[in-house]
Design a protein around this ligand. Structure first.
Ligand code: ADA
Length: 568
């Protein structure tokens, strides 16, 4: 059979030769509030789309509690079923024909559940979604986070019917840039035979048959990719590898590239590069975290126009659709697991600690084949200056390195560099700073001079601490601007102040080549908390975006667009 790569609407990996169905569409819906329903007696009285967040729809806006989604699905009797959830929030109990088959308790994470289909061909799939804040049940999300925490399906849901022995994933790791040799780490599931025969093809090449002996369900193969082309930001060449048996098939997409660091720089394929970009929330004023392709394309067009080569996916595992596009368009990505300003009390909580370790390892497994990802991060602005919290940082670095030693590890620190107790764990040092916004001197109207002073203090601390051989990323810096607010005084909240602010930041970056990278905070305005903290967030929006939430450019857009290309 020709090597047919199914062009599906879901991101890679693509499965073929098995029944793989997208369950997106309209589901039966009922919102129950604080009192959960018995699964058999849910009074469905509405419809809701998947993907979609019910708490942004007018009837349920802002509501928190138990929400029930139901869909009738067809699946053959007595087969293994794989349910893939692209990402939801906060948590969901999953029921198949009234029986609980799993709990998805990792917001924004792609998760798989494998279970038996049971008798009959028509089945009832129900999700009981809970979007309430709860320290034990949902330890990864908190009301005080500076981004709104939605309830519903953030990404697509797929249902697969599995063969007796199936392909889980195939991880592809670059081994040699000169020969195009890659390592294939083939992961199998189900009843794995002692000897496993399969066909393998790169790109649209001919299939070749292999017969290997799996060890613990894994097969490692090192093979050169025929007619290989390297992946880089300038030449984002991608390859695919397809594996098939008589009753299953998988196509993974990958890029042949290396990312390394040394002497204070980051190298792609041995060539040093400076990272110029933005932090980006998955957020839209009407659809929340659900991202139609149109939005993804528009955001990446804007980033390209701004002269960016880099995106920090803040502050959670990213939509694989977005990562696929970054692969194709040659953007470099920092992907991080979910965390925001977590303090010692949370880090000591076993439920939080374990959820952090689980979601961080899962993020790496899910995103492993994206060449765009060069940095793994976690615990944004966590309490990294108290030694008591070091064990969690050590556990997260371990969770990453156990899955992937081909990329760099960092995390966005806050506070003073001198106070940190985790720098030795980081391949790259990253810090968030907001001089002249959360200004040091409240008596000044436009304290822009604080920007070069703050960056010079960081430089001094790096040298004094002996860290000058580590690359440094200014992982956040920015100022708020209310879209449409123009002010002759060019003071806080005006578009003018933000334009002057970011212009100053990029002038400083241009004069300081030791700054390996920058991620301005942030790309587009995004809804945030609706608590008392909101007094610092007009309209409950984090409006430090260079575009507003509808992607309308502010004055600063043209300033950054002019300056980024001059920084090399
Ligand atoms: C922090 C945080 C961001 C955002 C920013 C701000 O650095 O990491 O998510 O909250 O501050 O706007 O103050």
């Amino acid at each position: 059979m020709e090597n047919i790569i199914m062009i599906t609407t879901v991101p890679y990996p693509v499965f073929f030769q098995r029944h793989a169905e997208l369950l997106d569409g309209l589901w039966d819906f009922h919102f129950a509030g604080d009192t959960p329903c018995a699964i058999a007696n849910v009074p469905y009285d509405d419809l809701m789309p998947v993907p979609g967040v019910f708490d942004m729809s007018p009837r349920y806006i802002g509501k928190r509690g138990f929400a029930y989604y139901r869909k009738k699905v067809l699946a053959p009797a007595n087969r293994k079923i794989r349910l893939h959830i692209g990402g939801l929030g906060f948590r969901a109990s999953i029921f198949w024909d009234g029986v609980e088959v799993g709990v998805d308790d990792l917001p924004y994470s792609g998760m798989d559940f494998v279970f038996d289909s049971g008798n009959g061909e028509t089945h009832e799939l129900v999700f009981e979604i809970d979007n309430r804040f709860h320290k034990e049940l949902s330890p990864l999300l908190h009301q005080y986070y500076d981004f709104y925490c939605y309830g519903g399906f953030y990404r697509s849901v797929e249902l697969h019917v599995l063969p007796d022995c199936w392909f889980e994933r195939v991880r592809v790791t670059t081994e040699d840039l000169t020969t195009g040799q890659v390592q294939l780490d083939i992961r199998l599931g189900g009843n794995v035979p002692e000897t496993f025969a399969f066909d393998l093809a790169f790109d649209t090449g001919a299939y070749k048959t292999f017969c290997e002996k799996p060890v613990n369900g894994r097969i490692l193969l090192s093979l050169p990719v025929p007619d290989f082309k390297l992946w880089s930001p300038e030449t984002p060449n991608l390859h695919t590898v397809s594996l098939r048996t008589a009753d299953d098939g998988i196509t993974e997409r990958f890029g042949i590239r290396t990312v390394t660091t040394g002497e204070g720089k980051i190298y792609i394929n041995g060539k040093s590069i400076r990272l110029k970009g933005f932090c980006r929330h998955e957020s839209h004023p009407q659809f929340g975290p659900v991202q139609p392709r149109q939005l993804l394309i528009e955001d990446l067009q804007n980033l390209r126009t701004l002269g960016c080569n880099f995106v920090r996916g803040s502050h959670y595992p990213q939509d694989p659709q977005f990562l696929d596009l970054c692969d194709q368009l040659g953007f470099l990505v920092w992907e991080e697991s979910l965390g925001w300003g977590n303090r010692t009390e949370q880090m000591a909580n076993p439920s939080f600690f374990n959820s952090q370790v689980r979601q961080t390892g899962l993020m790496v497994r899910n995103s492993y084949n994206h060449p765009c990802i060069i940095l793994w991060g976690f615990l944004n602005e966590g309490c990294s200056w108290e030694a008591a919290n070091r064990p969690l940082y050590e556990a997260l670095v371990k969770a990453i390195k156990e899955e992937d030693t081909s990329r760099l590890v960092t995390c966005a620190l806050m506070g003073k560099l001198q106070d940190q107790c985790v720098l030795d764990l980081m391949d790259v040092i990253s810090m968030n700073q907001y001089p002249a916004w959360y200004a040091y001197n409240p008596d000044e109207v436009r304290p822009l001079h604080e920007i070069p002073e703050a960056i010079e203090r960081i430089r001094t601390a790096i040298i004094d601490g002996g860290h000058q051989n580590k690359a440094f990323i200014l992982s956040e810096i920015g100022a708020g601007a209310i879209y449409g607010w123009r002010d002759r005084m060019r003071a806080h909240w005006s578009e003018e102040y933000q334009a002057d602010y970011l212009g100053t930041v990029l002038d400083v970056m241009k004069e300081n080549p030791w700054m390996t990278g920058i991620a301005l905070w942030h790309f587009a305005d995004a809804r945030t908390y609706t608590s008392s903290y909101a007094l610092g967030r007009p309209r409950t929006i984090n409006d430090k975006g260079i575009l507003d939430d509808f992607r309308r450019p502010k004055l600063a857009f043209d300033v950054v667009k002019e300056k980024f290309p001059t920084i090399n």
